[in-house]
Design a protein around this ligand. Structure first.
Ligand SMILES: [Zn+2]
Length: 84
């Protein structure tokens, strides 16, 4: 796009690329936080900054972002499956 944009970092990368930012919501305390997902591997553990509880994916999910995030992990977005 030729127009100089005032897009925020959260708005870039919406093309063929996977979205790397996901808002993860803690099921324990309900705290939501924007996190950047790793592209090389799924993140299995996530420590909530609110209650310090370590979250793990729900059954059948490959990572915490698939379970608790607003966006599925990059592996799911690009390959349609987990990297593992
Ligand atoms: Zn929490």
């Amino acid at each position: 796009m030729p127009t100089p944009s005032n897009t925020t970092p959260a708005d870039v990368d919406h093309g063929a690329h996977a979205v790397l930012e996901s808002v993860i919501t803690c099921p324990e305390c309900g705290l939501s936080r924007l996190e950047v997902m790793p592209t090389n591997c799924c993140q299995f553990f996530y420590e909530c900054v609110g209650c310090k509880r370590v979250l793990k994916p729900a059954a059948g999910h490959c990572c915490v972002f698939c379970s608790y995030g607003t966006v599925k992990c990059p592996s799911m977005q690009v390959q349609g499956g987990c990297c593992a």
